[in-house]
Design a protein around this ligand. Structure first.
Ligand code: FAD
Length: 285
């Protein structure tokens, strides 16, 4: 099933997992998926570390298991940096054979040494290529506070419009901790003529290391309410976890109340955290 059809009559609830560090997807990710399935997700997406074809095989096998063993709709992330057209065509053929219809088309982060040689410069180039080579539902990333490389949010939205026009069916946002950025972003998108459904990406922050990494990677603004929480509980892991869960729930309740089209939960492969959040929001979705 193409996941864009889901937005017609509900607030979509989706989950994201990543392949375990080992080369073998092994049982642990499948145990995670087995637990996440109980949260009735509309789909589960699986990340793919840009720049390596063996990563793509691991991601593909998990995406395929989710769909064909667990019966949950799945979305494969596909960062195009360093990929050749032939790599993408092979990937599309595998997805088609496994009955997977949804791809999150990405560029990937540029490594410190510069972009490796490949046939795609921006995610929009990949979107256009996929659109020309099959009947896939194409999801893409967007950034409520602007992408880190972008000189301004206006410029970033102009590029997002190009990407959507190349054939995107739905969007998922980067994580954010202040819903006001999301609301302003949606308004700007609609003014720019971007009409596809947008899911809000929510990351429950449950430990201190995680937040330091996130902020250095994506530069999300941390509201005072959030930093105060982190400061108060940083030496009490259980309290920090519970406060992080409560913060995510609070964000989601506000988003749903204000008519968000979907919630995409970055689970960080922590089913316990996802379960706690789901049990607090399931009746409002
Ligand atoms: P693009 O849409 O190509 O944008 C990248 C930058 O280029 C932006 O600043 C944009 O404004 C600019 N730009 C775009 N088009 C043009 C143009 N024509 N001219 C000039 N500038 C332009 N990374 C992974 O490696 N694996 C994953 O699985 C993964 N999953 C993700 C899931 C989500 C929901 C999100 C939000 C991000 C994910 N990422 C993942 C991270 C993503 O790869 C990075 O954020 C990356 O830096 C940008 O990817 P993009 O697809 O948004 O790029």
């Amino acid at each position: 099933m193409k996941t864009d059809a889901l937005f017609a009559d509900k607030t979509v609830f989706s989950l994201e997992v990543f392949p375990p560090k080992r080369t073998d997807p092994s049982d642990s990710i499948l145990t995670t998926v087995e637990r996440l399935k109980e949260l009735s997700p509309d789909f589960i997406s699986v990340t793919y570390g840009a720049g390596g074809s063996e990563n793509s095989d691991v991601t593909f096998s998990i995406v395929s298991e989710i769909k064909n063993t667990y019966g949950v709709e799945s979305v494969m992330h596909l960062p195009c940096i360093g990929l050749k057209k032939e790599d993408v065509l092979n990937c599309l053929a595998k997805l088609r054979a496994a009955g997977i219809e949804n791809i999150l088309a990405l560029r990937g982060d540029i490594p410190a040494g510069g972009a490796p040689a490949g046939d795609f410069r921006y995610a929009a180039d990949l979107v256009e290529f996929i659109r020309a080579h099959g009947d896939f539902n194409i999801v893409a990333a967007c950034y409520p506070e602007g992408h880190v490389e972008s000189p301004s949010i206006t410029e970033d939205i102009r590029n997002l419009k190009r990407k959507v026009d190349a054939g995107v069916n739905q969007l998922v946002t980067q994580l954010f901790f202040d819903n006001e950025y999301f609301y302003r972003f949606i308004e700007r998108c609609r003014i720019a003529g971007i009409e596809v459904p947008v899911e809000a990406g929510i990351m429950p922050v449950v430990n201190k290391k995680q937040i330091e990494r996130i902020v250095s990677l994506c530069g999300a603004t941390l509201p005072r309410k959030f930093t105060a929480m982190m400061a108060r509980y940083e030496d009490n892991p259980e309290a920090l976890r519970d406060a992080g869960i409560a913060y995510a729930v609070d964000q989601i309740v506000d988003l749903v109340t204000n008519g968000v089209q979907g919630i995409h939960l970055y689970t960080m492969n922590r089913p316990y955290v996802a379960e706690r959040i789901y049990s607090s929001i399931k009746t409002i979705l």
